[in-house]
Design a protein around this ligand. Structure first.
Ligand code: SAM
Length: 333
């Protein structure tokens, strides 16, 4: 039984409060002349209990931090218990507003059309998977989104908008990329072409499970700082650093990387979406010192062609090809 239920059971059918002994007990040997005062006290206590119950119920259903912002769409059938509802989040990480349709489902009649602004998050409160349909400019596609999971509208390699699983689902921070780890051979090559050594401080913005800074520390004795917004990943980073015996060389920060200062970096490792590189470029410009090497997995930094030192292709264990781009901050800005 929940706390809330237990509290409710203390109300009698007539609505009077059935007080337990102890906290609310007023004493049996009180003077008859104080009966009126006692009645007033009981009324006040009853009022307090009711206020407490109302606040508890509000806290349970609407008071969860960070979940009220954004656009919530309640799709759960009326009959189902609220306790089973979880949000599927949909984020727009493209540069266009997206119009999509929530298709009819159990307990829901008719399609529901929504416009998701650039950078915005919709929260679909739902017990069951929901079918979403949208026109990506080439054709209309449909996708099932599941309760409790984050999704994002992104561009694919041909610049077509698609919906992908993954996003941190928060509406108070930019979504720079879903967690997709860089394969080990690519990590090693990125660190090699950036010529990482013991005098370096390697930053990874959106560090995922921390493999880049942990490898830099373990293989090249470099110090490192990893930044990620996902608390579970940061835990994994710290555990990984300990396991590999490099916890003294590396630090992991749980934060929105768009708010981070990168002034301590001598090498910056990146595996982020092109639009995120564009978002972060002013911070790179502001914080990175002359001569800092920037090594980016797959995507190029827009407007930085003049700083490109080299690009190369690395093949991973599964045969997939990955691009690596190395830049250097100019000596004079
Ligand atoms: C493609 S993964 C790259 C992981 C790692 N750098 C690697 O190469 O293996 C991108 C990471 O960025 C993180 N991320 C997304 N938005 C972020 C934000 N606003 N601040 C910090 N990290 C973010 C995600 O949680 C995810 O772990």
């Amino acid at each position: 039984m929940s706390l809330c239920h237990a509290q409710k059971n203390r109300l009698t059918r007539t609505g009077a409060v059935d007080f337990p002994s102890g906290l609310f007990y007023l004493g049996a040997d009180e003077d008859r002349s104080s009966v009126r005062g006692e009645a007033v006290k009981r009324a006040i206590q009853a009022g307090l209990v009711v206020v407490f119950l109302v606040l508890a119920v509000l806290a349970l259903f609407v008071g969860r931090p960070g979940r009220d912002a954004g656009n919530r769409v309640d799709l759960a059938p009326r009959s189902s218990a609220a306790a089973f509802r979880q949000d599927a989040t949909l984020r727009n990480v493209t540069r266009k507003d997206i119009v999509y349709t929530i298709m009819p489902g159990p307990g829901r009649r008719g399609p529901l059309t929504r416009t998701l602004a650039v950078g915005a998050v919709d929260r679909l409160s739902t017990d069951l998977p929901v079918e979403i349909s949208f026109d990506n400019g080439k054709r209309t596609g449909t996708t099932l989104v599941h309760p409790g999971k984050p999704y994002s509208f992104r561009y694919d390699e041909d610049d077509i908008i698609k919906i992908y699983p993954g996003s941190h689902g928060r509406d108070d921070a930019a979504d720079l990329a879903p967690f997709v780890p860089t394969p080990r051979p690519v990590v090693e090559r990125m660190l090699e072409i950036a010529a990482v050594g013991p005098e370096d401080v390697v930053y990874d913005v959106g560090c995922g499970d921390g493999r880049m800074v942990i490898t830099a520390a373990k293989t090249f004795r470099a110090r490192g700082v990893g930044i990620d917004i996902d608390a579970a990943l940061i835990e994994e980073c710290r555990a990984g650093a300990k396991r590999e015996g490099v916890e003294k060389l590396v630090r992991f920060l749980l934060m929105d990387a768009t708010k981070a200062r990168l002034t301590g970096a001598t090498v910056l490792a990146l595996y982020l979406l092109p639009e995120s590189l564009e978002t972060l470029e002013p911070a790179f410009e502001r914080d990175l010192r002359p001569g800092v090497r920037i090594v980016s997995h797959d995507y190029m930094i827009p407007g930085w062609d003049g700083r490109l030192v080299r690009s190369e292709v690395v093949t991973d264990e599964s045969g997939r090809e990955h691009k690596i781009h190395l830049y250097r901050m100019p000596v004079t800005k």
